[in-house]
Design a protein around this ligand. Structure first.
Ligand code: ATP
Ligand code: MG
Length: 553
């Protein structure tokens, strides 16, 4: 799939205007994840936006880890994020950046604010601070420590850094306005004391800067022009601007907010995804049912399909709640022409071909894709026993049935027309085997004197290879599992989100490496499992998406 035409949105408008007026000669964006979990589809939207703008306007995009919460962050998460950005098809500008690279600069700016009388060390504990902060309708009150002298503040802040005070006993706050209707401006904390081992700086620091303070300065230090974030940061923008206006720094990026992506029948919150993993409701962050980039990759979604999805959903400030069918549609469109087609049987029913003749009944070569002869072809062998899909036989079919039924005919894909003569049953009355006869005159040609419309997929039992086939359904049973105030989102987990089938596949896929994608004819798109599929040994396929949209029904 080649990337389709640009869809205009308001952030592009701002960028184009800034370039046209000469406000900026080139743009610089950044993607700033916190390494406290794996990326999800919402992050993919943000990645496509930030890296996409840099690509479209010949600018740059940095990858910067917002690593200011040492307790929740890990190297594993940081590595997975880098892998995901690259897998999605993007490359960051220069080295990976870390907010922790700026810890010293951030500290120095804090001293500058103290020196200007704009920051003070506060001894209120968390509970007291909350009480002083006021509410949405009520102004806050000044901290009793607000009027400490510059000298005392400097001394206390240096001693905070030196480790003289216990965790949580003091904070550094900026002095803005305790009566502001915007609570973010009521003397927000910019430093806290926390003795936590940091993934990058180890035990070098026992004070850590807060996100809002760190983010704007990191952006400015990197010369970011457009700092794009989700709407919940709109109320933080005055603080972003206040910090940059009050320190000595040349660059002042413009923060622009857009709405976060949410998807029906799943959750896009790292905290909730973490819960699913930690409590073993899924097999890991990369479980193919997860809306994580790792999960989507393992399921067989393609980077081009995900980028196309991001393009179609667009960027705006209005609610962005999207049905899975939109994402699946993009994946399906990409795979339609990219994936070779083979046959597999998921729920096998044995068929004995009663008039099969060794040396006479013949197999045929079949192309891997009707529109791509360059994909090549393979032999589709036949034998005295074949597997068909159990659902392609019905003893009492509904009207219009074109597949097998006692006395009825159907064509085996790429092969003969067969007729079902006998359905063999077990003691309980279940059909366990069919006996069918081949019409020997129908290999590659229509039967004479009648029309056979139904075509079914099948595999020669003597040639097919066993495969584990994993079928996925939605992870939750309701569209908005996290919107119920009364109930926990875990109560809406779909108990049938994973079905494991022991099926059969064509020998042609025997040596397919992990992550090879196929269309299994009539069944959907499948991907060789990234981790458990062992070419030539253990074949494991994940259903990526069906052939038709079954979500929006
Ligand atoms: P979560 O709510 O899942 O924990 P987060 O915002 O805390 O996400 P970050 O690691 O801080 O996670 O996010 C990195 C970037 O991705 C931020 O710029 C954020 O705005 C963006 N982002 C996160 N979630 C979404 C989403 N659902 N839609 C669009 N962008 C998102
Ligand atoms: Mg965040």
């Amino acid at each position: 799939m080649t990337d389709a035409p640009i869809i205009q949105h308001f952030i592009r408008g701002i960028v184009e205007n800034d370039l046209a007026t000469g406000k900026h000669s080139t743009i610089a964006t950044r993607f700033p994840p916190e390494p406290n979990g794996y990326l999800h589809i919402g992050h993919a939207k943000s990645i496509c936006l930030n890296f996409g703008l840099a690509r479209d306007y010949q600018g740059t995009c940095n990858l910067r880890f917002d690593d200011t919460n040492p307790e929740k962050e890990s190297e594993e998460y940081a590595l997975s994020i880098q892998e995901d950005v690259r897998w999605l098809g993007f490359e960051w500008n220069g080295d990976v950046r870390w907010a922790s690279d700026y810890f010293q600069a951030l500290y120095d700016y804090a001293e500058e604010l103290i020196g200007k009388g704009l920051a003070y060390v506060c001894d209120l504990n968390a509970e007291e601070m909350r009480a002083y902060r006021g509410t949405l309708t009520e102004a806050g009150r000044h901290s009793p420590y607000r009027d400490r002298s510059v000298a005392e503040n400097l001394d206390l802040f240096r001693r905070m850094k030196a480790g003289e005070f216990p965790d949580g006993s003091r904070t550094l706050r900026v002095k803005i306005d305790m009566a502001s209707p915007n609570i973010n401006l009521r003397d927000p904390v910019i430093y806290r004391i926390k003795r936590a081992h940091h993934i990058r700086t180890g035990d070098q620091w026992c004070i850590y800067p807060m996100y809002d303070y760190t983010h704007c300065i990191s952006d400015a230090l990197e010369g970011i022009t457009h700092s794009l974030c989700t709407l919940e940061f709109e109320d933080h923008r005055p603080l972003y601007d206040w910090v940059l206006d009050n320190i000595t720094i040349a660059c002042h990026p413009r923060q622009i907010e857009f709405s976060r992506l949410e998807m029906l029948y799943t959750v896009t919150s790292k905290r909730k995804l973490n819960q699913l993993v930690m409590q073993n409701f899924v097999a890991g962050w990369d479980d193919p049912r997860m809306p994580t980039v790792h999960g989507m990759r393992r399921r067989g979604y393609t980077p081009a399909g995900i980028r196309e999805f991001a393009r179609r959903i667009g960027i705006s400030k209005s609610e962005n709640v999207v049905d899975m069918s939109v994402l699946e549609g993009c994946i399906r469109e990409d795979l339609e022409s990219a994936a070779p087609r083979v046959m597999a049987v998921i729920k096998p029913l044995k068929v004995v071909l009663t008039n099969y003749q060794e040396g006479v009944t013949a197999g045929r070569a079949a192309g891997f894709h009707p529109n791509h002869p360059e994909f090549g072809e393979r032999d589709v062998p036949i034998g005295p026993e074949i597997w068909i899909e159990a659902d392609d036989f019905s003893e009492t079919p509904p009207p219009g049935w074109q597949r097998l039924t006692p006395g009825g005919e159907a064509r085996l894909r790429y092969s003969y027309v067969i007729k079902c003569d006998v359905a063999v049953k077990d003691a309980a009355g279940n059909v366990v085997e069919l006996r069918c006869s081949i019409d020997p005159d129908t290999l590659g040609q229509n039967p004479v004197g009648r029309k056979v419309k139904g075509v079914i997929h099948w595999l020669a039992a003597g040639h097919a290879l066993p495969a584990e086939i994993r079928l996925y359904d939605r992870l939750f049973t309701v569209p908005r599992p996290d919107m119920d105030k009364e109930k926990d989102f875990l109560e809406f987990l779909n108990p049938d989100s994973l079905t494991v089938a022991q099926g059969w596949v064509e020998a042609a896929v025997r040596d397919a490496p992990p992550e090879t994608r196929y269309q299994f004819e009539r069944l959907g798109y499948f991907c060789a499992d990234r981790f458990e599929h062992k070419p030539g040994e253990t074949l494991v396929f994940n259903r990526t998406v069906g052939l038709k949209d079954t979500w929006s029904k």
